[in-house]
Ligand binder design. Structure first.
Ligand code: S3P
Length: 178
């Protein structure tokens, strides 16, 4: 069975939604950032500081090819994964790609709740974050929109909302939940 691949901007809920979706489908869940961190035994922010963003993108591409080839998985990618090399075309060739589409307002709400260290937005004030999200989302949207499915994501403030979104995804792309 094809892998299900979640893409979208940082803070769109890819990891949270992917984990729940995998559970409801009885599939194994992989998060590409975690996969990279496990394989290289280093946190993403350390990879960025040691190899720069270009070095990280090379590793990310290689790890994408490993992880997306697993059978029966749900794979959540990093926010930039589909936007480099031919990654989005590769993802479309091996799996069911789903773009979790969020407004810039919801993304910044989610990102303010999050605890992970994200090198691209670390140290930004709320105002700088808003500007950065708007600009980079505009640049990335053409890649995200190449996904086979696009799902609108509301503010995911609690578990019920995540569960509802998973139901909506399953309905939209005809997946049978357990
Ligand atoms: C990135 C998003 C991050 C991580 C890295 C770069 C990006 O993943 O891959 O910090 O370029 O948007 P999340 O989207 O899971 O935060």
């Amino acid at each position: 069975m094809h892998s299900i691949i979640l893409i979208g901007y940082m803070g769109a809920g890819k990891t949270t939604v992917g984990r729940t979706l995998a559970m409801r489908l009885g599939r194994t869940f992989y998060d590409l950032d975690w996969y990279i961190e496990t394989r290289y035994r280093k946190p993403i922010h350390q990879i960025f500081s040691e190899r720069g963003e270009a070095g990280f993108r090379e590793m990310e591409r290689e790890m994408l090819h490993e992880a997306a080839a697993f059978e029966d998985v749900v794979l959540s990618c990093g926010g930039g994964t589909p936007c480099y090399f031919d990654n989005i075309d590769y993802m479309n060739s091996v799996g069911e790609t789903i773009y979790l589409k969020c407004t810039p307002e919801t993304l910044s709400q989610h990102l303010r709740m999050g605890k992970s260290i994200r090198p691209l937005i670390q140290g930004k004030t709320p105002e700088e974050l808003e500007v950065y999200i708007r600009e980079s989302l505009e640049a990335r949207a053409p890649f995200y929109e190449k996904a086979k499915h696009i799902v609108e994501v509301p503010y995911l403030g609690n578990k019920e909302r995540v569960a509802q979104l998973v139901e909506k995804i399953a309905e939209q792309i005809s997946l049978e939940l357990k």
